[in-house]
Structures are given as structure tokens and as C-alpha cells.
Design a protein around this ligand. Structure first.
Ligand SMILES: C[S@@+](CC[C@H](N)C(=O)[O-])C[C@H]1O[C@@H](n2cnc3c(N)ncnc32)[C@H](O)[C@@H]1O
Length: 242
């Protein structure tokens, strides 16, 4: 079925042999938007499904995550690379007020659809409350416009899309591989990191593959099993040591 997505991304054939399509009838609360390759069976593509974000341990599990530890005492967070909202959802569940920014209209349409369904699901809605918002914009422009203002966030998290690792064991999940084909590698992420460091008041956390080179020398690093967070103090933290 063709139509238009809430943010105006074309619903139908996309360049590169992809299709963005709604599965299920318009108005059916269980219908969802998916991205799939032309010719693939309906229902087999990529969608934003926040019920798959594992959080069986609830708030305690969310607060123990490395990304949460990286943000220290921050309360407001911009997720500058929203993607399919996995990290933004976890941060909102951990109690942060999150603004998720995604620049690809296609990825934003998938994320907006997933967030709308999550808000209708009592369990997911209770986890995030009213703490997660999503906009379609280039985060570099947003952060530049808000640096030094009262709307500057305490923290910015960045999880850029990188070219696939060469190691066979690190093949990306199907979702990430397809999204990478649609949005490409984020080759401007050093610039995004630069403006994030000028805007965030307390912390900047950059998610990297465990063996990826540094975009800039971090002040410290928090390791996970397959990823690490390179962390910097923001403009306020640099002066106060927070
Ligand atoms: C690796 S994905 C992020 C995945 C996300 N952390 C998640 O949990 O689903 C990177 C995303 O960031 C977006 N992105 C990269 N640079 C951006 C920018 N300057 N502004 C907004 N979005 C950006 C890309 O379009 C892509 O969808």
C-alpha cells in the first residue's frame, strides 16, 4: 500500500531497490511501517519495534548500562543519531528526558511509527513516560542553534553508522546492514562530535566498536562487551569537574 508517512517521507519505492510500505490497514493499531528490498515478502523487512528492546530488569537494568554510566548526573539528553531509537528508548526508560534527532526521512519515518506504537502499548508507555521526543533534523544544525541557550542539553550521545567491520564474526545485524545501505556511512561524525562538545553542558558520549579508532582523544572510556563509549565533559563540566 502506498500513501505518505507522518513526516512526509515517500511511502513506496525508494532509490536503491528499497520499498517503504505500511503493513496492515491504515488506522489498524497493529499496522506498521517497514523497509524492505523490492521483491521481498511483506512483513520480512526492517521496522522499529521497541518491544524488542530487552529490559526485563526494568529501571535497575537500564541504570546499570554503560551508556547510562557515561552520562553521569545529566538529566536531559540529545540522542544525535536516533536511528531506530534503541538507545533513545533505553535512556528514556532509565529516566533521562531525551530528544532523539534523526536526519534520514526514511529512518525517521520508521522510528516515528515505532514510537507511536510504543506509546499505545501500556508496558512500553509506562517505561518511557513522556520523556522521549523525536524530530527529523540534522543534529549538527540543531546543536549549533542551541549551544549556549537554556535549551542546551546536559548530554549528547552519538552512535554513528560506520562501514561494516572486516572481521567475519562482526557481521552487522540485518537491520543495521539495510539501514547502512539506505543512509550510508556517517562520514561527518567528527564534525557532529565537535558541535556536540560545544553544546552539551555536562557529558558527550560517543559509541564506538570496541576496536574502532578514536574520532578524537576521549577524556575517559567506558567499555562494554562489543562497544565502548568515549566520553568527554561538556562546557559546564569542564569548569566544575562534574
Ligand atoms: C548507527 S545508527 C544509530 C542507531 C541508534 N543508536 C539505535 O539504537 O537505533 C546512526 C543513525 O544516525 C543518523 N545520523 C547520523 N548523523 C546524523 C546527524 N548529523 N543528524 C541526525 N541523524 C544523524 C543516521 O541517519 C543513522 O540513522
Amino acid at each position: 500500500m502506498s500513501g505518505s508517512t507522518p513526516d512526509g517521507a515517500a511511502d513506496g519505492a525508494l532509490p536503491g531497490g528499497f520499498v517503504l510500505a505500511r503493513i496492515g490497514a491504515d488506522g489498524d493499531p497493529s499496522s506498521f511501517l517497514e523497509l524492505r528490498r523490492e521483491g521481498e515478502r511483506e512483513g520480512t523487512g526492517v521496522r522499529c519495534d521497541l518491544s524488542r528492546v530487552s529490559l526485563r530488569g526494568g529501571l535497575a537494568e537500564a541504570r546499570a548500562m554503560p551508556i547510562v554510566k557515561a552520562l553521569g548526573d545529566a538529566r536531559t539528553v540529545v540522542d544525535a543519531t536516533a536511528g531506530l531509537l534503541g538507545d533513545a528508548f533505553l535512556l528514556a526508560a532509565a529516566g533521562f528526558r531525551v530528544l532523539a534527532i534523526e536526519r534520514s526521512p526514511v529512518v525517521h519515518a520508521l522510528a516515528a511509527d515505532g514510537l507511536a506504537r510504543a506509546r499505545r502499548d501500556p508496558r512500553l508507555a509506562a517505561l518511557i513516560g513522556d520523556r522521549l521526543d523525536l524530530v527529523c533534523a540534522d543534529a549538527r544544525a540543531w546543536l549549533e542553534a542551541h549551544a549556549g541557550t537554556s535549551d542546551a542539553p546536559d548530554a549528547v550521545v552519538i552512535d554513528p553508522m560506520f562501514p561494516p567491520k572486516r572481521k567475519r564474526s562482526a557481521l552487522p545485524r540485518k537491520e543495521m546492514a539495510m539501514l547502512r545501505e539506505v543512509v550510508g556511512a556517517d562520514l561527518d561524525s567528527a564534525e557532529l562530535l565537535r558541535v556536540a562538545r560545544e553544546c552539551a553542558r555536562m557529558r558527550i558520549a560517543l559509541k564506538r566498536g570496541d576496536d574502532a579508532e578514536e574520532l578524537a582523544a576521549p577524556e575517559w572510556t567506558i567499555g562494554g562487551t562489543t562497544v565502548r563509549y568515549d566520553v568527554w565533559r561538556g562546557s559546564r563540566g569542564a569548569n566544575t569537574g562534574t
